[in-house]
Design a binder for this molecule. Sequence first.
Ligand code: C2E
Ligand code: MG
Ligand code: MG
Length: 278
Amino acid sequence: YAKSQGQNRYSVYDPEMDKQLSRRMIIEKGLRSALTKGQLAVYYQPKWDTEMNQPVGFEALLRWRHPKLGAIGPDEFISIAEETGHIAPITEWVLEQACRDCSAWNAMTAGGLGVSVNLSSRLFGSLGLQDMVSRALERTGLPPGMLELEVTEAAVMNHFDHAKEQLARLQRSGVRISMDNFGSGFSFLGSIDKLSLQTLKLDRLYMREYESPPMKAIVNAIISLADQLKIQLVAEGVETERQLQFLRQAGCSVMQGYYFKKPMPRDELDEWLAGLSA
Ligand code: C2E
Ligand code: MG
Ligand code: MG
C-alpha cells in the first residue's frame, strides 16, 4: 500500500508545473522592485484615422524587461500585480509617464494627440483612483480632455453599479472613458448608454472572423450602433489592408493595429511623428 501511494505521488510530479510555479514566484518577487530598478517602460501604439490619414492619439502599453526572464508581457504580469497589490503604484507610474509624454509630443506637433491608459478592474474598488488620476494631470499639466482611460468590458460588467459611479466621477473631472475589448464577453448592450462612454474599442477577435457573413453583419451593426450613440469606435487588431478596406466600407475610420504600427518606445515615437510631418 505504502509503495503504491509512493508511486502515485511520484507520478503526480510534473516538472512543467514546477517550472511555471517558479516563473510565477520570480515574477512576483521581481514586481516589487521592477519600478525602482527602472525595468518598466511605457510603449505607445497609434490610433490611426484612415480618413484624415493621420494619428489621433496613442495607447500606452506597459513593458517589463526582466534581467533573468527577458521581456514579460502585460498579459502575464498585470494579473499577478493585481493579486499582489502592486497594481496601484504601477498604474500611478504609467499614468504619470503617459501624461508627461503626451504633453511633450503635443508640444512638438500641431497638438490634439491624446493618450489612453489601461485601467485595471482592481482599481475600481480603490478610493484612491480619482486622486491618482488628478495627481498625474496636475504634475504634468496635461489638460484632462487629452487623457482617456480604457476599462475592459468584463471589469465594468462585473461590478456594474460601482464602476458606473467611479467612471462618472472620473468623467466629471474631464477625462475620457473608453470601453476596451468591446464585444468580447456577454454584456448587456443597454449598459453602453448608461455609462456615457466616449469610445468603444472593438475587440480584435472581430478582425479575425470578419469575413464570415454573420460576423460581417455583427460588425456592421456595432459600427452603426456607435455611430447613432455618437460614441467613437476604434477597431483593434487591424493587421491587413483587407481588414482596413472592410472597416472603411462599413463606416469605421479609426483603427489600431500592427498594420499601422506596433507599440514603440518613446524615442521611436518621436522619430515616427517627425517622419509623418516630413
Ligand atoms: P489591450 O488594452 O486590449 O491592448 C491591445 C493589445 O493588443 C496590446 O497587447 C497590443 O500590443 C496588441 N495589439 C495591437 N495591435 C495588434 C494587432 O494588430 N494584432 C495583434 N495580434 N495584437 C495587437 P499588449 O501590449 O501585450 O497588452 C496586453 C493587455 O495588457 C492590454 O490589452 C491591456 O489589457 C493590458 N495592459 C497593457 N498595459 C497595461 C497597463 O499599463 N495597465 C493595465 N492595467 N493593463 C495593461
Ligand atoms: Mg487597451
Ligand atoms: Mg483591447
